[in-house]
Every structure is written in C-alpha cells, then in structure tokens.
Design a binder for this molecule. Structure first.
Ligand code: NAD
Length: 362
C-alpha cells in the first residue's frame, strides 16, 4: 500500500536530516507519495505568511506529516511556527520515546522512558502582555483590585493557562498509550505545591483519570525532584505525563540520558492527524555542513511507520539504525566519545550506512 505523507523539510539542518530520513524510509519496504510543503521564513518570503493555508490543508488531507525543524526568531518576527502548527491542527499530544541503544556513550544503560507532553496550552498559550502596553497596565490594575497583589508597572506578563479539558485528554492519552504498549506506570510531573490552581488542576485531573486504569500504577512528582531523580535513578520512570512547559525541558534532559538530541525522536498527535518530527531544533550554526546526526529524525520516521501500521518496516528500520550505532563506525560527531574525533562521518553517510543495513544480505 502506498502512503501519502506531507513532507516538510524545515530550515537550518532540517533539509539535510529530512532528506536522509526520506532516503532510508524509501528503502524500508514501504511506498510513499510525498506532498512537499514549505513553512517558516522561506514561506514568509514566498507567501507572506510562515504557515500558509495550503500547508495546513495538505496535512489535513494526508493526516500524516514528516517534518524537519523550523527556526523561531527570538523576541521578534513571527511567534513560533512550530507551536502555531500544533495549535491549529490541535495536535495536543507530544509523544517522545527515549531509549538507550547499545553502543551509545552514556553512563545510563537500558533507559526506556516515554515523555507525553501537553502541546497546546500552559506558558505556550501565546497570551502575553508586553511591558508598557495599555492592556498590561489594565491587567496590573485588575490584579491589584481583585487580589490586592501588586505587579510592578514595568512588567511584562505571560499567561500560564491550564484547563481541565486539555489536562484530561493528555493524561488519558498517556494512560491509553501505556495500556496499548504494555507499560506499567504513569507519572504526572507538576509543581502543584506552588502553582496550586494551574498545576493543582493538572494533578487533580490526572488523579481522576488514573482511577479508570487500575492495572497501571500512577505516581506524581514535582518537576524539580523529577529532574534530580531522572539523573540519579532514571529507571524508576516509565511513562511521564507533563504540562507543556515542563515537557519542553524534561524532553531535552531525557535526550541527554540516552545520548543527546541526535537520538531523540518525537511526534505531535491529535485525534486523527499526526506530525512526526525530532525533539531537536534547526541548529542553524550547522546548516549545510553535512555534519549533524539524522537519527533523531529517522527514529521519528520509525514512529511514523508504526503509526501507519507498517510494523515490520518500522522494526526493520529501527534495527538497521541500532546496528549502525552499535558498530560505531558510520556515526556523526555527537555519538563519538570525543566530538572532535576525525573519523566521524556526515549526515548523508549515516543514511548510506543505514540503507546498506536495510538491503537484503546476498
Ligand atoms: P537545537 O536543538 O537546534 O540545537 C542545539 C544544539 O544541539 C546544536 O547546536 C547542536 O550542538 C545540537 N544538535 C541539535 N540537533 C542535533 C543533531 N541532529 N545532531 C547533532 N547535534 C545536534 O536548539 P536551539 O539552538 O535552541 O534552537 C535552534 C532553533 O530551532 C531555534 O530557532 C528554535 O526555536 C528552533 N526549534 C525548533 C524546533 C522544531 O522545529 N520543532 C524544536 C526546537 C527548537
């Protein structure tokens, strides 16, 4: 069966890792018809918007997209196109499995943690009030009148929004994932001891949802303790479910446990649409150098194959990637013990090596 998939190369290192991934997917025994789409600053130049309606329509039509990272200019220009894409398509669940492959240089062995990050609200709601703005001053007055609390008049304010609806569906997603994948435990990560209303609501909702899954253990932990415990005893964790903001940095921490961002895949999933993309960003300083590791995006491709029901091809591709890592020969600088190691290969050579593993042995 042929799968029609929206293909978004992204920018920075995006096009290189996306091309490498496309090549290995096409060798994994599945037919694809790619619908090429551009978003980000290139789309801004071409269409006057970083997220053209035609791109959204393509994803809505195909229901599945493979996406490279897209740069977000800091402090000016458009708000993150990545966040906008997730919000517009209601891709409420960010699913990121982190596991150690044999041969990776990391003090942590046999890690197998799945991060389920809420993707639509929290500090990423996009509702912000700039310093000196008339709305900001109104907000400052409103807070003083209603709570007696004084916010300095030269403040900027960003809203942390946590709804019961979004909390319920993300925790349900985490438990359903655990149930479907034979996982034993779900841990909610929060800061409900301080943020009594927002994170308190997330935690209360998680406790309610957990009652519907009696066969799966439920625990919770405050986010600072979670950081420490992940570094000290990561194997106690199985599936983590988090509000959006904590999910961002816990994802990178977990990537660090398993060998870095070059091995950290991901997916943004809604009720009937999924966009597969690595955890990492566009690493602009490496653009066009054929240097970075394409495996995070390849492993996102493995997740996509599983989502499409192509389990055999997914297993085959994951095995091929694992073999290349274990051999330690055709790997990029980030997987070398010494990142300056001159035997490190480039992005496209990693794809060549994975393709070689996928070919039938003669
Ligand atoms: P980044 O993840 O792009 O890169 C940080 C560092 O991690 C790089 O300098 C590099 O040393 C390493 N790295 C990242 N990917 C790697 C790979 N595949 N192989 C080897 N090493 C790798 O983070 P950043 O520099 O904070 O962000 C750059 C841009 O990407 C920003 O504009 C940010 O907003 C954007 N971003 C986009 C996405 C997305 O598209 N989903 C996600 C995160 C960040």
């Amino acid at each position: 069966m042929q799968h029609r998939v929206t293909f978004i190369p992204g920018d920075g290192i995006g096009p290189e890792v996306a091309k490498a991934t496309q090549r290995v997917l096409e060798t994994a025994g599945v037919q694809f018809q790619w619908d090429n789409v551009i978003i980000g600053s290139q789309a801004q130049d071409m269409f006057g918007t970083p997220l053209p309606e035609s791109a959204l329509q393509s994803i809505k039509r195909n229901k599945v997209a493979l996406k490279g990272p897209v740069t977000t200019p800091i402090g000016s220009g458009f708000r993150s196109v990545n966040v906008a894409l997730r919000q517009k398509l209601d891709l409420y669940a960010c699913l990121r499995p982190y596991k150690t492959y044999h041969g990776v240089h990391t003090p942590y062995k046999d890690i197998d943690i799945v991060v389920v990050r809420e993707n639509t609200e929290d500090l990423y709601s996009g509702i912000e009030f700039a310093k000196d703005g008339p709305e900001t001053l109104k907000l400052v007055d409103f807070v003083l009148e209603t709570t007696g609390e004084e916010i300095k008049r030269d403040s900027a304010v960003s809203l942390k929004v946590i709804s019961q609806t979004a909390s319920r569906r993300i925790v349900k997603f985490a438990f359903d994932y655990a149930r479907q994948n034979g996982r034993k435990k779900v841990t909610a990560v929060h800061k409900a001891n301080i943020l009594k209303f927002s994170d308190g609501l997330f935690l209360d909702t998680a406790r309610q949802v957990a009652k519907g899954y009696p066969e799966i253990e439920f625990t919770d932990i405050v986010v600072d303790a979670a950081c420490m415990q992940l570094v000290r005893r990561p194997k106690q964790f199985d599936v983590l479910v988090l509000p959006n903001f904590y999910g961002d940095f816990i994802s990178d921490l977990c990537a660090g446990l398993v060998g870095g961002l070059g091995l950290a895949p991901g997916a943004n999933i809604g009720d009937d649409i999924a966009v597969f993309e690595p955890t990492h960003g566009s690493a602009p300083k490496y653009t066009g150098q054929n240097k970075v590791n394409p495996m995070a995006m390849m492993l996102s491709g493995v997740m996509m194959l599983r989502y499409l029901g192509e389990r055999d091809s997914a297993d085959k591709l994951e095995r091929a990637i694992a073999e290349v890592i274990a051999e330690g020969k055709d790997i990029t600088y980030d997987l070398k013990l010494d990142p300056e190691d001159s035997t490190a290969v480039g992005t496209s050579q990693v794809a060549d090596a994975v393709i070689q593993k996928l070919k039938p042995k003669s």
